[in-house]
Design a protein around this ligand. Structure first.
Ligand code: C2E
Ligand code: MG
Ligand code: MG
Length: 716
């Protein structure tokens, strides 16, 4: 995030002033403020700048917000509504004003949530300290009253009574066994009893069941003299059964000889303050749109799972992302999008309800289920299945019927083998797999696959630099006449001389280069290199007329500049056009628009030859073939593989032979050459010749070799 600069850059001084002015107006509207309007605004401007600086600081700390909360109380702005407004405004107005356009929004939101929490905490603590010091004053008079209790036996019972009965705070006196001796009116009112009802009953009867054990222990410790006084926030039952949250301070009064005599308890009703704190905590930990736990609560819970995990403990996670939510949002509007998210959230919560799993919204259309997985992976998969079914059930939002699906990444493993951040990263990767495999499904994390993914992307990332550094080389594989075995052509096949991995074959990087688009530059380089080599052979041995056949990826064939690129390669190197052949696969020939590429005609017009590579593996539209400016079909390896020794009586072999026979006849009818790929044995070569294939390529005639090997062969 950007460094703060109230004068420019990060956020503007006028912006801070406008925010402070609005804050001041709101505060003055809500509460009595013992300051002038201008003083209030000045005060709040200081706080605004502090909050802005905290939000924009390179290393984040929420301490400033705690100070601001505290300062509000110190300035006597103690109304809960003041806190409420200040906390709320941070999330909407403040974020909108202070955030630079390019900032990381989700980080900013996290920071805002932390600032909200700290501000509320500072406010609550200051309020509590203030109440405490007020209570101290009362307690002092009560302790004076303790003397009064003792002295009252001698002289001034009346003075103690006045303090006791008149105090706004509840005061109760009990024996060391807990039996209530006396309480004042405030005490009785707080608990909804009459004074006389409380006398003679035991304080333990008033304890809230969940607090009873702890409270009784404290009481014992007090009586045993471990503490002189104790102070805690505890719940009590009112007579009507409702619960009151109290700030309780108990002190022990001793006999002159030190024996415990009785206890004096002072209680204050803090139910409202407690509820406000609870509400703020809920707001800070839940998503306002769906009411689900938010990512903060999710990560807190996850951290707690890891912190409390024994050696056997497993963690399971389903990371859910709606499919195509952006399209729904864009086409139907954000309002409908929000309603859809609410429905999805409710369904997800319902479908795992009662199974002890936590469902949280991570933001946008991402949800996560923290699976309580005693049953290992099966539990997580079951949750994923339920979630998929819940999301894809028919959905009506407004008057729209929507078809929604989701993809889910599942990670499940022993807690000891991972960390929260690794778990999330794995879930994210797995979600991507589920999406890539066709959406509407789940995928399970596989560390090996992830490692392969990482290696693959590392390889992809290295491609551009490899091209710059000239790490690619072109090898050439002979294509020979099946009649006399003379060298007719060579196929240019690229390899990557990787500095660490050695010589890498194209199957490992051509796909990546196609995905990243680098194939256009790489392909152009191969083309030029192949033309250069072929021209040098042609110059040295003009009578051999060896054709160089260069592969053209679909993306290259689709490139508007392809014709220019090829023409330029020919012109640059001086290779006669008829000695260049380009190989395109069937799918590349058909282009993305579903019809044959227009560029084919222009390429053919340059005078070069065009071949269809791996023919028979794509969707061969033979009707089109007739109208294309094609010169050669390269029969795919699998057909050739089916042709073994002469006379083999395997049914499959015969079928492949019949196919090759038919394809060759068809090709010849269309006046095309046929090259058989992947010829590995003499028997195959012989059969293919008998089937009237024109040329062959494969290990039997020679593997791909560097350019100078071809030159040597031509010389020989
Ligand atoms: P392809 O165009 O079908 O090339 C033929 C592949 O068959 C080559 O693999 C070759 O080494 C291999 N091969 C040779 N003899 C035999 C044999 O007897 N049996 C079998 N089974 N295979 C044999 P390579 O060099 O690994 O190339 C793989 C693919 O990578 C090529 O298939 C081509 O599609 C692509 N490729 C290679 N170089 C380039 C290039 O410069 N540009 C583009 N776009 N693609 C290329
Ligand atoms: Mg090829
Ligand atoms: Mg091929």
């Amino acid at each position: 995030m950007r460094a703060p600069d109230p004068e420019g850059g990060g956020f503007s001084r006028p912006g801070a002033q406008a925010y402070a002015a609005e804050w001041a107006r709101a505060v003055r509207r809500i509460a009595f403020v013992p300051l002038s309007a201008a003083e209030t605004e000045r005060l709040l401007l200081v706080h605004t700048v502090r909050l802005g600086q905290a939000l924009a600081a390179p290393t984040f700390s929420a301490d400033a917000a705690e100070d601001v909360g505290r300062a509000l109380v110190e300035a006597h702005l103690t109304e809960p509504a003041v806190l409420d407004w200040s906390v709320r405004a941070l999330a909407d107005r403040f974020l909108a004003w202070v955030l630079p356009v390019q900032a990381d929004l989700s980080e900013a939101r996290e920071r805002i949530a932390a600032l909200q929490g700290a501000l509320a905490a500072g406010f609550a603590r200051a309020l509590r300290d203030r109440t405490f010091s007020q209570q101290e004053r009362i307690a002092r008079s009560a302790w004076q009253a303790r003397d009064a209790v003792e002295q009252a036996l001698r002289d001034s019972e009346a003075r103690f009574r006045a303090v006791f009965t008149g105090a706004a705070i509840g005061i109760g006196i009990a024996g060391v066994d807990g039996t209530i001796i006396d309480v004042n009116q405030s005490f009785a009112d707080m608990l909804g009893y009459r004074i006389d009802e409380l006398r003679e009953i035991n304080v333990a009867a008033l304890f809230h069941a969940d607090d009873a054990a702890g409270l009784w222990e404290l009481y014992q410790e007090l009586i045993e003299g471990k503490h002189d006084s104790v102070r805690v926030e505890k719940r009590y039952h009112r007579k009507d059964g409702s619960v009151v949250w109290t700030d309780l301070a108990v002190s022990l009064i001793r006999h002159d000889d030190g024996r415990p005599r009785f206890t004096v308890a002072m209680i204050e009703d803090i139910t409202q303050r407690y509820e406000l704190q609870q509400r703020l905590r809920f707001q800070a930990l839940h998503d306002p749109l769906t009411g689900l736990p938010n990512r903060t609560l999710f990560f807190e819970t996850l951290a707690a799972v890891f912190a409390g995990a024994g050696p056997e403990q497993r963690v399971g996670l389903c990371f859910i992302d709606l499919d195509g939510f952006k399209a729904i949002n864009d086409s139907l509007g954000h309002d409908l999008g929000d309603r859809l998210l609410k429905v999805v959230a409710r369904r997800l919560a319902d479908c795992v309800a009662g199974r002890g799993h936590l469902v949280a919204r991570m933001g946008g259309d991402e949800f996560v289920v923290l699976v309580d997985s005693d049953g290992g992976l099966d539990d997580a998969v079951e949750v994923a299945e339920l979630a998929l079914a819940a999301v894809s059930a028919p959905m009506h939002v407004g008057d729209q019927q929507l078809a929604v699906s989701a993809s889910i990444g599942i990670v499940e493993c022993p807690a000891a083998e991972t960390s929260a951040s690794e778990l999330m990263k794995a879930a994210d990767t797995t979600l991507y797999w589920a999406k890539a495999e066709g959406r509407g499904r789940w995928a399970v994390y596989d560390p090996e696959r992830s490692a392969a993914d990482i290696a693959r992307s590392a390889l992809a990332a290295g491609l551009p630099a490899a091209l710059d550094r000239g790490e690619f080389v072109v090898h050439y594989q002979p294509i020979v006449s099946l009649l006399d075995r003379s060298l007719v052509a060579v196929e240019a096949l690229v390899r990557w001389q990787h500095p660490e991995l050695g010589l890498i074959g194209p199957d490992r990087f051509i796909g990546l280069a196609e995905e990243t688009g680098l194939i256009v530059q790489l392909g152009a380089w191969v083309l030029k290199q192949a033309c250069r080599d072929a021209e040098s052979w042609h110059r040295a041995y003009p009578r051999t007329r060896v054709i160089v056949s260069v592969n053209l990826a679909a993306r290259q064939a689709d490139d508007p500049a392809i014709v220019e690129t090829v023409a330029e390669a020919l012109q640059h190197t001086g290779l006669p056009a008829e000695l260049l052949q380009l190989e395109l696969t069937e799918s590349a020939v058909m282009g993305t628009a579903g019809e044959p590429l227009r560029a084919l005609r222009c390429l053919a017009d340059l005078g070069i030859r065009l071949a269809i590579d791996d023919f028979g593996t794509g969707y061969s539209n033979l009707a089109y073939l007739r109208r294309l400016p094609i010169h050669c079909l390269k029969l795919a390896g699998p057909f050739v593989e089916g042709i073994r020794a002469d006379g083999a009586d395997d049914a499959a072999d015969h079928r492949d032979e019949r196919i090759v026979d038919a394809l060759v006849r068809l090709a010849h009818a269309l006046e095309l050459w046929v090259t058989a790929e992947a010829v590995e044995t003499e028997a195959q070569a012989e059969r293919l010749r008998a089937l009237r294939c024109d040329t062959g390529q494969g290990r039997w005639f020679g593997v791909p070799v560097p350019a100078d090997h071809i030159r040597a062969r031509l010389a020989g």
